[in-house]
Design a protein around this ligand. Structure first.
Ligand code: ADP
Ligand code: TRP
Length: 334
């Protein structure tokens, strides 16, 4: 089984990225041939400063490794080190209906949040499809927000195969030039709320970061939105980002005790107020992420080693890509 996924290097990583994506990458590297990459071409849509883009690429690579992606086991690489992906992006684009892109949720959402409608943003799902199809991927673990991109990829791979493979069987999906992948989303942790209760996202300025300073993290956790329930009263569980975050960060067993306290009224304000629950979340955050934060700092102090690991990954990734791009070139007549 070949597993592929990527994360854009467009900003600081947050705990939503970990629980929604990276944690699953770490698990899956045990189950098959995993390819994980830093989507630094996608990131150019929002990072328009070369030095910053370069820095964020390395930060994202360090984050993957610090959080448990093992470069000896998984192929870890930088999207831009594989020029074949840009070629496949173009070729795929020639068979993709405009309407599919006009209807993509992420494009519409970004415009609604004030992003400029650039061609890069519009074509973003096509590059993502090229990422997936270039390596004959079987399984693509992504968060729920990326699911539509995967469905589009599946459609487009079928369309391409029907166009270029005489007698291609769309039902069985076998014998195509491009392998049709399966989606994999983990619904129980698929959407981590941000401090304000919307989906946690670096674009909404509502994150709890993975690699901020202790002070920054404390400030972020203390600013999680709560309601006006008094400390001694039972707390509501619906639409409460603090409650959801505690559920995500703690194991089910640990959370059971926190949940009981949350629901019981009449306790000591010092232990049953929202402030106390925020402190619990902060403690849970440190217990979970401090080892990775330490490793991250070490990695960022050895850029040459990071670079070496990425080059090694790129070599492996290009070897996976070579037969696919050669089939595609042959079929389309290049
Ligand atoms: P952001 O929304 O902060 O820009 P990205 O779009 O770069 O994050 O997402 C990187 C990965 O992390 C994707 O696989 C995405 O599904 C996952 N992810 C991002 N935010 C969340 C979240 N709040 N909950 C769960 N997964 C998330
Ligand atoms: N679009 C994804 C995100 O925002 C990143 C990404 C790019 C990706 N190419 C991909 C994810 C291919 C999975 C497969 O997180």
């Amino acid at each position: 089984m070949r597993i592929l996924s990527g994360v854009q290097s467009s900003g600081r990583l947050h705990i939503g990225n970990y629980y929604g994506a990276i944690r699953e990458f770490v698990r899956l590297q045990e189950e098959g041939e995993a390819l994980y990459f830093i989507a630094n071409l996608h990131a150019l849509n929002s990072v328009r400063d070369g030095a910053r883009a370069r820095e964020l690429t390395l930060e994202t690579a360090a984050a993957f490794i610090a959080l448990g992606v093992d470069p000896a086991r998984a192929t870890l690489f930088r999207q831009s080190d594989i020029p074949e992906v840009a070629e496949l992006y173009w070729i795929l684009g020639t068979v993709i209906p405009m309407a599919d892109l006009q209807n993509a949720h992420s494009y519409k959402d970004k415009l609604a949040h004030g992003a400029a409608p650039d061609f890069g943003l519009f074509g973003y799902p096509v590059l993502m499809a090229a990422d997936i199809l270039l390596y004959d991927s079987d399984v693509v673990p992504v968060g729920r927000d990326q699911r539509q991109h995967l469905e589009l990829t599946i459609d487009w791979a079928g369309k391409f195969n029907r166009q270029y493979v005489p007698g291609y069987d769309s039902q069985k999906r076998t014998g195509g030039l491009l392998k049709v992948p399966a989606a994999r989303t983990r619904d129980e942790t698929a959407s981590v709320p941000g401090r304000d209760g919307q989906k946690m996202s670096k674009t909404y300025n509502n994150t709890i970061d993975l690699f901020g300073t202790d002070k920054e993290i404390e400030k972020q956790i203390k600013s999680v939105k709560t309601d006006s329930t008094t400390p001694d009263a039972p707390k509501p569980t619906a639409d409460q980002p603090l409650y959801e975050l505690l559920k995500v960060v703690f194991s089910p067993e640990e959370f059971a005790a926190i949940d009981a306290k949350w629901r019981e009224g009449g306790g000591d304000p010092k232990t049953h107020g929202y402030g106390a629950f925020k402190q619990t979340l902060l403690d849970g955050y440190h217990a979970t992420f401090d080892p990775a934060r330490k490793r991250y700092a070490e990695l960022m102090n050895d850029r040459a080693e990071l670079e070496r690991l990425l080059q090694q990954g790129a070599q492996k990734a290009r070897a996976y890509a070579a037969p696919v791009i050669s089939r595609v070139r042959g079929a389309v007549g290049l």
